[in-house]
Design a protein around this ligand. Structure first.
Ligand SMILES: Cc1cc2nc3c(=O)[nH]c(=O)nc-3n(C[C@H](O)[C@H](O)[C@H](O)COP(=O)(O)O)c2cc1C
Length: 383
């Protein structure tokens, strides 16, 4: 196994072990080096008035404690999203001992196509490809600390971000209880968002597409009426009209995005798309490979085509709504692993680009992109 690939996350161990034990290496601060590479070049844009010339940021997932947030800042990532928080404590999936006891597996990038959603694939702990070609699948179950734990962390990291000129997004999701109505779940989202705002979060992401949980839990975005109730309630609960609301979505066709945006545009600021893709993961003996159930959520090279499609559909939907959706920007995530895929995202008119897999398995990505921009003398402005 290539040890270097595991320096930010040891896939042979559990989520909890990684959360507790990281870092496994010394992390150097790359900010000055990247700044000097971008002195004359870069891709200028602004994130709620925060100016940047390298819009590659971290999406929700790997950043489950303060140490993880700080290393992302050292790797340059200027906008960093917390792993999604809940209103209750939830443990990461653990094994029932019938399956491998860790939470992530590598999958063979070269055997995957974007026609393979829900189909079967063999996962493994070994990886023999280049770091830019890495594909993973995970079954975490969206674990969360308790509210007192995470509000404390938010306060500390918001302070750290202010001192270090970084920005932070707080991601939240509901946790269903028996017999809950849509009003109850909307209240859970609103309560979480207000709690985050109370602890200094200025940018809050409502996760409407959470994988690795029960089916009724993950697909909130698929019901526009419910999504509207949640967004409306959350907006009403927030104290400041300056607090920004983002929505994390999954893949959908253009007509659906158009309906979604037209209904929710008064209550939301931006959209983040897309989340991971479901596949059936087995081990070499054809048995379920990861804890919880056969299906796990996959980030792989082929997600690139789906996310390209999603961004282009979002863009068309936004254009067709013109004034009504003018303020909605699109943050794109889905297989950004090297400078070429980053530029491809920018060329597809994403306003910003985020990564999750690369933040753990290819953390030199911002440095590699900065070198690429410098070498090719790229100078652009995203309006
Ligand atoms: C292990 C893992 C955990 C994730 N957890 C979350 C999460 O808690 N909340 C969320 O909104 N997205 C989560 N995601 C999805 C990512 O934010 C992102 O949408 C997806 O991985 C695609 O980006 P990538 O190809 O750069 O990994 C998770 C992804 C992975 C791989």
């Amino acid at each position: 196994m290539n040890k270097k690939l595991n320096s930010r996350y040891d896939i042979t161990k559990t989520f909890s072990y990684n959360k507790r034990s990281w870092p496994f290496e010394r992390i150097y601060d790359k900010n000055e080096k990247i700044k000097s590479l971008l002195w004359n070049y870069g891709i200028e844009t602004d994130f709620f008035w925060y100016k940047t010339n390298l819009p590659i940021w971290v999406a929700a997932w790997p950043l489950y404690n303060e140490r993880y947030m700080k290393w992302a800042a050292k790797d340059w990532f200027e906008v960093i999203t917390w792993k999604t928080f809940r209103s209750v404590h939830r443990k990461a999936h653990t094994s029932d001992w019938k399956h491998l006891w860790h939470n992530i597996l590598f999958i063979p990038t070269d055997q995957i196509t974007d026609k393979m959603i829900w189909t079967k694939l063999t996962g493994s702990l070994d990886y023999k490809w280049k770091k830019e070609d890495i594909s993973i699948t995970n079954s975490f179950g969206m674990p969360s600390d308790t509210i007192p734990e995470w509000i404390n962390s938010i306060v500390n990291i918001e302070k750290f971000a202010k001192e270090n000129n970084k920005q932070v997004i707080t991601s939240v999701v509901w946790t269903p209880k028996e017999n809950w109505t849509i009003e109850d779940l909307a209240l859970d989202y609103a309560f979480l968002a207000r709690t985050a705002e109370f602890t200094w979060s200025k940018i809050i992401e409502l996760n409407f597409s959470c994988p690795n949980v029960n089916w009724w839990e993950w697909a909130i975005f698929k019901d526009i009426e419910n999504s509207l109730i949640i967004a409306k309630n959350t907006r009403r609960f927030l104290h400041s009209s300056d607090t920004k609301l983002l929505i994390k979505m999954w893949y959908a066709p253009e007509y659906y995005y158009r309906d979604f945006m037209s209904q929710l545009s008064n209550y939301i600021d931006w959209i983040v798309a897309i989340n991971t893709i479901p596949m059936q993961l087995v081990d070499k003996d054809d048995k379920q490979a990861l804890p919880w159930w056969l299906v796990s959520w996959t980030c792989w090279k082929a997600i690139l085509n789906l996310s390209l499609d999603a961004v282009s559909s979002l863009r068309k939907a936004k254009t067709s709504l013109w004034e009504q959706a003018k303020h909605i920007k699109i943050i794109w995530c889905g297989w950004v692993m090297d400078p070429e895929s980053f530029i491809m995202h920018i060329d597809a008119w994403a306003d910003f680009v985020m990564c999750a897999t690369a933040a753990l398995f290819n953390p030199d990505l911002p440095l590699d992109i900065a070198k690429f921009i410098n070498k090719n003398k790229i100078k652009r402005v995203i309006i």
